[in-house]
Write a protein that binds this ligand. Structure first.
Ligand code: ATP
Ligand code: LTN
Length: 327
């Protein structure tokens, strides 16, 4: 069987350069080496309340973002999670494999539950079972994600090996692919927090749909550290975060970048970072807008068809092993 990749992003909020640098750009780079499945995970999005029409629009926007980022639908399978009902079906089964204690230990659940206070939906707790279903349905080898998904990946592996042990070899063991640089882009307004789509403060992230003036304004407002030197330095997290974004967008090495900024101050770094980001986003947004509605619809329909044929086979094996049989 060919080596496979699966990954996805939620159609909530606005995708930001953290999502791009931590995840999407690696999907693009890896798609030629693996058989790849990139999914818009709309069933994950509803684990917190969503406005229905906004969710539908975001689902299509995220698919456009995948394509604009360079996912080639001739090479990779791009689809929407809810178009392949096997995701929900396997999620239910894995909900009967995972323990509540395991789910309650997930740090993302704990953080998000705190924000929802007493209105936490059951789906927010069981979200990792759905994520494991996404991955295991396709007999995935590699899952390119940002650092925040590491714990979910470890749980997915635990569930795969528990299922294989209890019911017989069924799932391939997936591995996380977390990039060395860019796996955790921090918020521009607070380098102690990750850049996040669900942050109420819009100044924390540069979104992939921001216009040039917005990008310049956000970079200018970004917090900096004490000191003046522009260097990669763990004790100066705000500057190191800006430098990391600059590094990934320019493809330069850290040594080249430090030489370039030697004797220049934070203001120079900000102004160059803003321009590099604007120049990255300009063609990106042009590509997004050039994708026609019909082209998008047919790409997603074909993707769902391809995904379904593989998902169906895994489900058949899962049900047979578990003794789930009907008439
Ligand atoms: P939220 O921040 O609202 O929880 P999210 O951005 O983490 O949302 P997704 O859209 O599902 O949620 O994330 C898509 C991908 O982007 C995942 O692989 C995730 O690990 C990665 N990612 C998210 N935030 C960052 C970040 N700040 N730096 C690097 N990668 C990130
Ligand atoms: N939970 C992920 C999104 C996600 C995902 C997946 C990523 C859902 N299913 C399967 C990789 C593989 C997040 O980033 N919030």
């Amino acid at each position: 069987m060919p080596k496979r990749i699966f990954s996805g992003a939620q159609p909530t909020g606005n995708l930001h350069i953290g999502n791009y640098l931590g995840a999407l750009r690696n999907w693009v780079a890896l798609q030629h080496e693996y058989e790849s499945f990139f999914c818009v995970v709309n069933l994950h999005a509803i684990t917190v309340p969503q406005d229905p029409s906004a969710l539908a629009a975001k689902t299509r926007e995220v698919a456009r973002i995948y394509l604009a980022a360079g996912i080639d639908p001739k090479v990779s399978t791009v689809f929407v999670q809810s178009d392949v009902s096997e995701h929900a079906e396997l999620a239910w089964i894995l909900n009967c494999v995972v323990r509540v204690s395991e789910l309650e230990r997930m740090t993302q659940y704990k953080d998000k539950a705190k924000k929802q206070r007493e209105n936490v939906l059951a789906g927010l707790l069981t979200y990792p079972a759905l994520m494991a279903a996404d991955i295991l349905l396709y007999q995935t080898d590699l899952v390119p994600v940002g650092h925040d998904q590491k714990q979910h990946l470890e749980l997915t592996r635990d569930l795969a090996s528990r299922f294989n042990r209890d019911f017989g070899e069924t799932f391939r063991m997936p591995e996380a692919f977390i990039p060395k640089v860019g796996a955790k882009i921090q918020a521009l307004d607070d380098p102690a927090k990750k850049m996040s789509k669900s942050d109420e403060n819009v100044h924390g992230s540069i979104t992939l749909v921001d216009d040039a003036d917005t990008v310049r304004r956000k970079v200018k407002r970004a917090v900096t550290d004490s000191g003046t030197e522009v260097r990669f330095d763990a004790s100066r997290p705000a500057i190191t975060n800006l430098l990391t974004i600059y590094q990934l967008l320019t493809g330069k090495t850290s040594v080249e970048i430090e030489e370039h900024f030697a004797g220049k101050g934070y203001a120079q770094l900000k102004s160059e970072l803003a321009e590099v980001t604007v120049e990255f986003l300009r063609p990106f947004q042009a590509r997004m807008n050039a994708i026609g509605d019909e082209e998008l619809r047919s790409t997603l329909a074909e993707g769902a068809e391809k995904a379904r044929s593989i998902a169906r086979e895994t489900m058949r094996a899962v049900k047979e092993r578990m003794g789930i049989v009907g008439a």
